[in-house]
Design a protein. Structure first.
Length: 260
């Protein structure tokens, strides 16, 4: 059966397929930012839906055209797509959270720049961590993981089927808690070094009262932080690679939780 005949006979199913694909493309890391035009994302979602639909059409039950059912199923597909994209975004939020903590300790609390992805002002070190996470994400083919998960989602959770959103919300809350732990792990060694630096400066200011420890703190903390950031770059990248490599089984577990 050619694509034109398939679409003409199962266009409600194709519409739901397109809505899921568009939701994932609109929320997945890297592509969801403001630097990617909305027309590009919409076109990419349409092309992917056209390519994927003939492959998964046999697994999608026949969906009659009933407006209110199409609306309910459409909302369900959009929610599922956004949740899948949000799971990937959590790793980037963890990197930004770690950068925020590090930036405050370095004295960059007021040094904000525009993030092209969120179109918001974020801290300098948060942007550095975000860019680093984006490069690692593309280097380990993280976008391929989402494409595979997208195809897999139609096998496990076909459009028009039931989903346990309550279980999904609980799973995402647990993942959000893990995000804060991961953010601390990424910058914990440098943060400890900066605390020790402040402690040593405090002792020196007590021994030498004429020493202006407050003025020395900022250049010393910035220099020490960048020095140990370079030394621990391999450690940070290894953690990010491990987390991105674990994204596929994490998404597979999420499918099973939603399907139960």
């Amino acid at each position: 059966m050619d694509l034109e005949t398939l679409l003409s006979q199962q266009w409600p199913a194709f519409l739901l397929c397109f809505m899921r694909v568009a939701a994932i493309i609109g929320s997945m890391p890297v592509l969801s930012g403001g630097q990617t035009p909305a027309r590009v994302r919409a076109g990419l979602a349409l092309v992917l839906a056209i390519v994927i639909f003939p492959v998964v059409a046999g697994r999608i039950p026949e969906i009659p055209f009933v407006p209110w059912r199409i609306l309910v199923f459409g909302v369900q597909e959009v929610l599922l797509g956004f949740m899948l994209g949000f799971i990937g975004r959590l790793l980037f939020l963890a990197a930004q959270f770690g950068g925020t903590i590090l930036g405050f300790q370095m004295g960059f609390a007021a040094a904000n720049i525009l993030d092209p992805q969120s179109q918001q002002q974020i801290q300098l070190m948060s942007q550095f961590q975000n860019v680093l996470a984006s490069l690692v994400f593309l280097a380990v083919d993280g976008h391929h993981v989402f494409l595979h998960a997208l195809t897999r989602s139609f096998e496990v959770l076909p459009p028009g089927g039931g989903m346990h959103l309550h279980n999904a919300v609980q799973s995402m809350m647990a993942m959000t808690g893990d995000m804060f732990v991961l953010g601390l792990q990424l910058t914990a060694p440098i943060y400890v070094i900066l605390i020790l630096s402040d402690f040593i400066l405090g002792i020196m200011s007590r021994i030498f009262p004429q020493l202006n420890a407050f003025m020395l703190k900022f250049p010393i903390n910035i220099g020490v932080a960048f020095l140990f950031l370079g030394l621990s770059a391999e450690f940070i990248v290894s953690i990010l690679v491990s987390e991105f490599n674990g994204l596929a089984p994490r998404l597979a577990d999420f499918f099973e939780i939603v399907r139960q």
